[in-house]
Design a protein around this ligand. Structure first.
Ligand code: HEM
Length: 140
């Protein structure tokens, strides 16, 4: 018998937050590792790789911490470094449409390679587009 759980008064499970759906700290960390590995080795992302320091260690750590909070998990970046001021922090780097699109393509590949489901990937990419687009600081 298929009883409607709402009619039966059953508690509805809270919708899983993206951070949990991605596997928490370990899952988010693996996505960020893949993201910077791809940026480092695929010529398609050479343009944005060149904006980064020779070592990607600090970028790996900071993006992992930032995304934890951004995805609904613990606000570990803010605890360690304060308000992210992401747009201001990116101003030293020339980010136009091409750089925005490379960053998003690199992240899309990292999500695919990490086995993120199509529906979760689509909603994350939509939200990431807004953030990446807001980071543009040069015409073109
Ligand atoms: C739009 C294209 C983007 C480009 C080209 C870009 C590039 C960069 C570069 C060059 C750095 C400095 C890394 C270093 O230390 O060498 C950086 C830092 C960072 N980026 Fe981006 N980024 C982009 C978009 C984003 C987006 C969409 C997010 C978040 C969803 C993000 C989050 C961060 C964070 C958290 C840091 C570390 C900030 C800090 O110093 O505390 N970036 N990014």
């Amino acid at each position: 018998m298929n009883e409607d759980p709402l009619a039966a008064g059953a508690a509805q499970p809270a919708p899983a937050i993206p951070y949990e759906r991605l596997g928490g700290a370990a899952g988010v960390g693996a996505i960020v590792e893949r993201f910077y590995d791809l940026m480092d080795m695929d010529p398609a992302f050479a343009g944005i790789r060149a904006l980064h320091a020779p070592s990607l260690d600090s970028a790996r750590e900071k993006l992992t911490l930032f995304l934890a909070g951004w995805l609904g998990g613990p606000p570990v970046y803010v605890e360690r470094f304060g308000h992210p001021r992401l747009r201001a922090r990116h101003l030293p780097f020339a980010i136009a449409t091409a750089e925005r699109d490379q960053w998003l393509a690199c992240m899309a590949r990292a999500l695919d390679d990490s086995g993120v489901s199509a529906d979760l990937k689509a909603s994350l990419m939509e939200a990431l587009f807004q953030t990446a687009d807001w980071m543009r600081n040069r015409a073109g």
